[in-house]
Design a protein around this ligand. Structure first.
Ligand code: ADP
Ligand code: MG
Length: 349
């Protein structure tokens, strides 16, 4: 049985308005971390608030360990769900110490038990000596850890985190999210976190739910949504992606490699083509391009340290003009005006 099951969940804030969440379904196994990703306004927070029991769904249901906790007819109160919450601003009580913040949610425990939990969770987040500090005496990263410790202290069956890293600066963000991942793993916690940052989702989630205008576009592991996106929206959401009005690109070996991402399910032949990530293409000398291979004229080159971002204008009889972006890693320079062949990089399966 899955820890969390979400089935056909819909929520409208106004009866005649567009749904904020529209028929969402997904599930989550014990001990796994699920990311809800999407642009601003795609319904992430609404979905999380339904999981928390703060909003009532219009259709569908949410099950935790097989028990229905939300349906249009009945919503189990947030405090009775066994769910922990971490919000964007880490909302700690400013007038309470770290210990006071952590034990606040443990009032149902006896005093002795409460006293035991505090050092355990503080050690877990690596802030063993911080019991007596106040929130204003903590850095942003430390506040985030204390918020996490507080949410984990009652041993929730499910942890919900809304944009937990977005108030941290870029440098801190990466280490805090890696630490958060490690802490959740150590605790074998099951968690859902919301982010608009694809890097957060790809790097620490076990599973990703991609939302657009309230609708689930794809549910999959990070490599799946990146390398096998369900549609063109998902392809572009996780990074630069070329759309080429071709059936495939010829490889110098003679093999005709269709594409690494796969054709979108286009029904209109005019929009049929393939999607290829720029790192899955490389430049080859024009005379190494096989018959029917792709060539282009370099229009723009940007140096990125590890690679060159090269834009080429391609003209193919019957296909018109189109631009291709290649992230080129070889140690030679490429200049605007030059002509290069474009070849797919062989990928190991
Ligand atoms: P996200 O978290 O992905 O940015 P939200 O769930 O906050 O998205 O919002 C989804 C949609 O629902 C948006 O169009 C937003 O304007 C609308 N919405 C969110 N909260 C409310 C609310 N309390 N009342 C009315 N509309 C809301
Ligand atoms: Mg939000």
């Amino acid at each position: 049985m899955k820890r969390l099951e979400v089935e056909n969940l819909t929520k409208r804030y106004r009866r005649d308005g567009e749904p904020a969440v529209d028929g969402a379904s997904f599930s989550l196994a014990d001990g796994k971390l699920l990311a809800l990703v999407g642009e601003s306004g795609s319904g992430k927070t609404t979905l999380l608030r339904m999981l928390a029991g703060l909003e009532t769904p219009d259709t569908g249901e949410i099950r935790l360990d097989g028990r229905v906790i939300s349906s249009p007819g009945s919503v189990l109160a947030p405090e009775r769900r066994g769910i922990g919450l971490v919000f964007q601003n880490h909302a700690l009580f400013p007038h309470l110490t770290v210990e006071g913040n952590i034990t606040f949610g443990l009032r149902h425990l006896r005093r002795g038990e409460r006293a035991e939990v505090v050092p355990t969770v503080l050690d877990l987040v690596g802030l063993g000596g911080y019991r007596k500090r106040y929130p204003h005496e903590l850095s942003g990263g430390e506040r985030q850890r204390i918020a996490l410790a507080r949410a984990l202290a009652p041993n929730p069956r499910l942890l919900l985190l809304d944009e937990p890293f977005s108030s941290l600066d870029a440098r801190l963000r990466q280490s805090v999210r890696d630490d958060t991942r490690a802490i959740l793993r150590e605790r074998n916690a099951t968690a859902v976190f919301v982010t608009h940052d694809t890097g957060d989702a790809l790097s620490i989630a076990d599973g990703i739910v991609v939302l657009r205008k309230g609708r689930v576009q794809q549910v999959g592991a990070p490599p799946e949504v990146y390398h096998a996106p369900a549609n063109s929206y998902v392809a572009s959401f996780f990074g630069t992606c070329n759309f080429l009005p071709l059936r495939g690109i010829a490889h110098p070996s003679g093999a005709r490699i269709a594409c690494h991402i796969g054709p979108p399910r286009a029904t209109d032949p005019a929009t049929a083509g393939i999607w290829v990530r720029p790192e899955d293409l490389e430049l080859v000398a024009p005379d190494k391009t096989p018959d029917g291979g792709l060539q282009g004229e370099v229009t723009k080159v940007r140096f990125h340290g590890a690679y060159l971002d090269v834009k080429l204008l391609c003209r193919l009889p019957g296909h018109g003009e189109f631009t291709v972006t290649v992230w080129h890693h070889a140690p030679f320079m490429v200049n605007p005006g030059e002509r290069w062949g474009i070849s797919p990089r062989p990928r190991r399966k």
